[in-house]
Each structure stands twice: as structure tokens, then as C-alpha cells.
Design a protein around this ligand. Structure first.
Ligand code: PRP
Ligand code: ZN
Length: 285
């Protein structure tokens, strides 16, 4: 059986989260510090560790079957590949930034200016929609130092925590796009590899679904059961078990992370007590 070849970032913002995702999917492999390749011992997957900017091209050429990249990189390189899954991690934005002391009122600031970036295509499109003509200076790394060395008046780069901008005396002034990690795939995958990809996506979905939900256990007087059950619809319906103390029940269910705090308040008001909230490792609907 052939391996599914997966390209992930060698080192950078996406690397750790990408590796963790495969581990959480139960895929075992050994990635030594400087390794360029690794083979899983329990799933037909081979990992290729590459520069993120090269990943879309490798997937298009079929050197890798699938890859994990930021939407920013996918969008910049415009390769003939498909996004098969939004992964929800490594969230960041591509932004325009200028030196902190600069007076900035609006986008017209950039008219006729020099902007350094590794994302010339995305930036050009953005400036076009705003009717701004600027000189785009493409550089492949350390974009944040460009204003300081007189190479450009502003930059367009990835901002995550904002600490890179801060330590280089820059301030963020416009968001060009929001981004997160996505899984991309070669659009010409063989049927055999499609099967493997679907198995992998099934595992990823169960991991991501688990992270989005919590398992809740609580005690409640029987008189409050109907109200509590209406607040905790669960996967099909909650489990209700009698407590040793007469007139009381234990209720078990699943609750969405987004509605969590609001729901916990409502449950308390409805008479729930002894509420336990437990993380879910995998969830298959
Ligand atoms: C981006 C960007 C900054 C850093 C911003 O690099 O170029 O260096 O992240 O993060 P912060 O706001 O948390 O300081 P990226 O990880 O995309 O690496 P690459 O440009 O080398 O591919
Ligand atoms: Zn990069």
C-alpha cells in the first residue's frame, strides 16, 4: 500500500500545532530534530518537513499529496490545489504596519509609498480594491526590519501575538486578511490516496469536535429534570441516572464550548449542583 505524503512546516508558527494534530489523531511517528522525513509506524503516512512557503508548490507537483499551511500562504501562491479542511489553529492576520511614531489616519497614507512584504499578490489585490497605488517591495524574510533600515515606509506581514511588531517599533494599522491553518491536497490524488485522506479527515474531525465540546456531569432534584434536560440536549439526549439519595438524579451530557458559561449559569439557576466538566478527547457524532 502506498503512503500518503504529508508536507508540514519544518519550523515556525505552524509546526508544533501540526505535529500535535497528528499525534492527537493517534498517528505515531518519530520526528528527530533535523529530520527531513519521518514514517508513521501505525498509519500509511510519510511526513515531509519543509518551508511553509514551498508547501503549496510541492503539493501541486505531487511531491507531497497533502500539506498544512496558513491560508495566507495558500492564497499568495495560487497553486492548483484544494483546501480540504480548515483546522482552526495558528490563527493570525496579515496586516499593514507602520513605524509607531508615524501619524496614520487612513489607507491613503500608503499612496505612492514603499511597502515591504512576503505577500505581494495578496497585498496588490487588497490595495487595488482600496484604489491605492504603492510600490510593493518583495522580500522573503525579516520583513519587520524594512522600515528601520530605510527599505520601506510600511510593511505587510503576519501578526499573531503582535510581539514582533512591538519589538521593532511598528504599529498595526490595517488588516488585510485573517488566516488560520488549512489542510490542502493535490487535486489529482489517486483513489487509494483519497481513501487514506478521508480516513485522516475523519480522525481530525473527531479530534476537533472533541475540542469544541465538554462532557458535563451534574446532580439535580428530580423536579428540575425537564428544565435541565432542555438546557443540555447532548448528542441524542442526556443520560439520567438515579442517585442513592431519593428524589435526585445525576445527568450526563455534552455541551458546546461556545455556549459553555452561559449554560452553566442557567443550569445552576435551574437547580443543578455538583457540576463537573470534563474535556473530550475524541467525539464521533
Ligand atoms: C510571522 C511574521 C512574524 C511573526 C509574527 O512569521 O513574519 O515574524 O510571525 O508573530 P507575532 O505577532 O506573534 O510576533 P511566520 O511564522 O509566518 O514565519 P515565516 O514568515 O518565516 O514563514
Ligand atoms: Zn513562511
Amino acid at each position: 500500500m502506498s503512503n500518503l505524503k504529508v508536507a508540514i512546516q519544518k519550523s515556525g508558527r505552524l509546526s508544533e500545532d501540526s505535529l500535535r494534530l497528528f499525534k492527537e489523531c493517534g498517528i505515531k511517528f518519530n520526528n528527530g530534530a533535523k529530520k527531513l522525513k519521518a514514517q508513521s509506524s501505525n498509519f500509511p503516512i510519510e511526513f515531509l518537513f519543509l518551508r511553509d512557503d514551498d508547501i503549496p508548490g510541492y503539493v501541486e507537483d505531487g511531491i507531497a499529496d497533502i500539506g498544512i499551511v496558513g491560508q495566507n500562504v495558500h492564497e499568495e501562491y495560487q497553486k492548483q490545489i484544494e483546501v480540504v479542511k480548515h483546522l482552526g489553529f495558528s490563527k493570525c492576520r496579515l496586516s499593514l504596519a507602520v513605524p509607531r511614531e508615524e501619524k496614520y489616519s487612513d489607507i491613503s497614507f500608503f499612496e505612492g509609498k514603499n511597502i515591504a512584504t512576503s505577500y505581494p499578490n495578496i497585498l496588490k489585490k487588497f490595495l487595488d480594491t482600496k484604489g491605492i497605488t504603492a510600490e510593493i517591495h518583495q522580500i522573503s524574510g525579516s520583513v519587520e526590519i524594512a522600515p528601520g533600515i530605510g527599505l520601506a515606509e510600511g510593511i505587510c506581514d503576519i501578526v499573531s501575538s503582535g510581539s514582533t511588531l512591538l519589538s521593532n517599533g511598528l504599529k498595526e494599522v490595517e488588516t488585510v486578511m485573517k488566516s488560520e491553518a488549512v489542510m490542502v491536497a493535490d487535486s489529482k490524488l489517486s483513489d487509494e490516496k483519497r481513501v487514506l485522506l478521508n480516513q485522516l479527515i475523519f480522525r481530525i474531525n473527531s479530534v476537533l469536535e472533541g475540542k469544541n465540546n465538554k462532557y458535563v456531569l451534574l446532580n439535580a432534584p428530580n423536579a428540575s429534570l425537564d428544565r435541565i434536560i432542555s438546557l443540555l440536549p447532548g448528542m441524542r439526549s442526556p443520560t439520567v441516572l438515579p442517585l442513592a439519595q431519593e428524589g435526585w438524579s445525576s445527568i450526563h451530557s455534552v455541551i458546546n464550548e461556545d455556549d459553555f458559561w452561559e449554560n452553566i449559569e442557567k443550569l445552576r439557576e435551574a437547580g443543578a449542583e455538583g457540576i463537573l466538566v470534563v474535556p473530550i478527547e475524541k467525539m464521533i457524532k
